[in-house]
Design a protein around this ligand. Structure first.
Ligand code: PEP
Ligand code: MG
Length: 577
């Protein structure tokens, strides 16, 4: 029967295909015994997984809305009750603590025990609750193996699942998956960023999903709006085809701008750089006339493998990006693993209580012996093939950038001494994404050659709003007076010191926000190539001088509504082409 569901559109694109549902489920687990001295640690591991599932379910519960909210809410409440069930928990503790079974096997035994009790019941309703036990046990199992479980997709189908990790996205696309819909997740997560980069339609934050979609159901998904139609009817199919035609028409129009300058109505040239995660992004950026790569997220090189790429492997990747841009310049950001970008290389710490505030970015690169040095060597070697800059993520103050600067100078000198052909000067820049760096910019601005404002994280840290938590709704928003004032002050200081400033967070690629960034004085943006032509079109329809003159009014706005009103009035007429 036809049903319409709603999630949040995270990566644009339409897809029509059969659903392949991947629920977390209890796997067949072989008997595993542990020694008595491991029991305490095993219990701790198990309870951490149970806690994580509680948090996940609570998160999904708060996101429910719409017609099915009540029904799905009850189902989730039942799962919460099961997770609190003394019978289940006590049994698990006994099996691990006294029986000395591994956590996985204890889960399996406990599942079978409880299922046997339910099976004996006369009432069909209670018997059917075995499914819930399986679901809950499966979730705990998945949490125990969050970093190992490999999500598999099927070519030509739409994957429906609980959550998807950035490290899985590339593989799923390569397997030919048409699109992904997840029950949890946020549009600013790195999974979403990567899906956009790979043109893989993704819808996140659709908590009713797992209950409402069955394996083999036909789905239509719209990654722009987050709309999901299960078992579409004739009208849905017509609407889908109409959307495809409209998309094609829009693409054709935008493609005419490939060779046009990003120049405003009043003649101001804005440099549009591209954010790249993959080799394909580099090729696309070049073809669309990007001024260069403004943010090459090097961590995606690390996320696609099980080991840490050595200097040679990194060098080849960076060199190829440089060659691909034929002299237009590539800004390579050093590794930003950590937080949601947990890797399969084993570099990122697991189970940090507060990963976004933990060992990520430059902190992690400097914590591992040789990691930063190897990466800098690879980047500097790539500079022999075309202009390259180094960008350092998560700078929070002067010490970090000074340390990296010294290391860069040492690496540069050593490579030259060894006879490598490298650029005379490899500029060093800082991501401005930790509020302390923006506020205390004057303390280290002399140490850097350029800066790039990472608004995804800057908003997260400034507003204490987790970028990966969709339950926060509008709280993670760039339309906040604190953010606008901070960005404006960074841009002003950059201009006063002759240090180029760009914005490379997702807002740079949102054409509706282009007037706002122009008013704040930005002259460079770095954005995903899929959005480059839209932003170019927006710029070509703007009078930037007038917008800058309106900046004081924008900066006086007191709340989101005030900023939104300013923005509404500043939208360009859609005539420029
Ligand atoms: C940002 O934080 O805005 C940014 C561009 O970096 P990332 O999204 O990779 O954290
Ligand atoms: Mg960031």
């Amino acid at each position: 029967m036809r049903q319409a569901l709603q999630g949040s559109g995270a990566a644009r694109g339409n897809a029509l295909g059969r659903a392949r549902v991947r629920e977390p489920h209890a796997l067949e687990v072989a008997e595993e015994r542990i020694t008595a001295d491991r029991a305490a640690a095993e219990l701790q591991r198990l309870h951490a997984a149970i806690d994580q599932v509680r948090v996940e379910i609570r998160g999904m519960r708060t996101q429910l809305h719409g017609a099915l909210a009540h029904e799905v809410g009850e189902f989730l409440d039942l799962h919460t009750l099961l997770l609190e069930d003394p019978e289940l928990l006590h049994g698990l503790d006994e099996l691990v603590g006294k029986g000395l079974y591994g956590a996985d096997y204890a889960l399996r035994l406990q599942r079978d025990r409880i299922a046997a009790v339910f099976q004996k019941m006369d009432d069909a309703y209670f018997r059917s609750r075995i499914e819930d036990i399986d679901h809950v046990i499966g979730r705990i199992h998945a949490a125990l193996h969050a970093h190992e479980a490999e999500l598999q997709g099927v070519a030509g189908e739409i994957l429906v699942t609980d959550a998807v990790a950035p490290s899985e996205i590339g593989r799923l696309q390569a397997q030919g998956v048409l699109g992904i819909v997840t029950a949890s997740g946020s549009t600013l997560s790195h999974s979403a960023i990567l899906a956009r980069s790979l043109h893989l339609p993704l819808i996140v934050n659709a908590p009713q999903l797992i209950q409402q979609v069955n394996d083999g159901d036909v789905l239509i998904i719209d990654g722009a709006t987050g709309a999901i139609v299960v078992e579409p009817d004739a009208a849905d199919l017509r609407a889908y085809r109409a959307r495809l035609r409209e998309e094609k028409r829009e693409r054709r129009q935008l493609n005419r701008l490939r060779r046009e300058p990003s120049k405003s109505l009043d003649g101001i040239d804005i440099r549009l750089y591209a954010n790249a995660e993959t080799r394909e992004d580099v090729a696309e950026s070049h073809a669309l006339g990007a001024a260069g790569i403004g943010l090459y997220r090097s961590e995606f090189l690390f996320l696609q493998r099980d080991d840490v790429p050595d200097e040679e492997a990194q060098f080849r990747a960076y060199r190829d990006a440089v060659l691909g841009m034929t002299g237009r310049g590539v800004t390579i950001r050093t590794l930003d693993i950590g937080a949601d970008k947990a890797d399969s290389t084993g570099l990122a710490l697991r189970h940090e209580p507060n990963p976004a505030l933990g060992l990520r970015g430059v902190r992690l690169s400097m914590a591992h012996a040789g990691l930063m040095e190897t990466q800098l060597r690879a980047i500097v070697r790539a500079s022999g093939y075309g202009p390259v800059r180094v960008l350092v993520p998560m700078i929070s103050g002067r010490e970090e950038i000074v340390t990296v600067r010294r290391l860069l100078a040492r690496v540069h000198a050593a490579l030259r001494a060894d006879g490598h052909e490298v650029a005379e000067h490899v500029p060093l820049g800082a991501m401005i994404e930790v509020p302390s760096a923006a506020i205390a910019l004057s303390t280290f601005i002399r140490e850097i050659d350029f800066m790039s404002i990472g608004t995804n994280d800057l908003v997260q840290y400034l507003l204490a709003a987790d970028r990966n938590n969709d339950a926060l709704g509008d709280l993670h928003t760039p339309l906040h007076p604190a953010l606008l004032r901070l960005v404006h002050s960074v841009v002003r200081m950059g201009r006063a010191r002759g240090i180029p400033v760009s914005v490379c967070g997702e807002i740079a690629g949102d054409a509706r926000l282009t007037p706002l960034l122009m008013a704040l004085g930005l002259e460079e943006l770095s954005l995903h190539p899929t959005t480059l032509l839209e932003v170019r079109r927006a710029i070509r329809g703007l009078d930037i001088g007038a917008l800058r003159a309106g900046a004081p009014r924008l900066l006086r706005a007191r709340d989101r509504a005030g900023i939104a009103r300013w923005l509404e009035a500043a939208q360009p007429a859609r005539t420029a082409g």
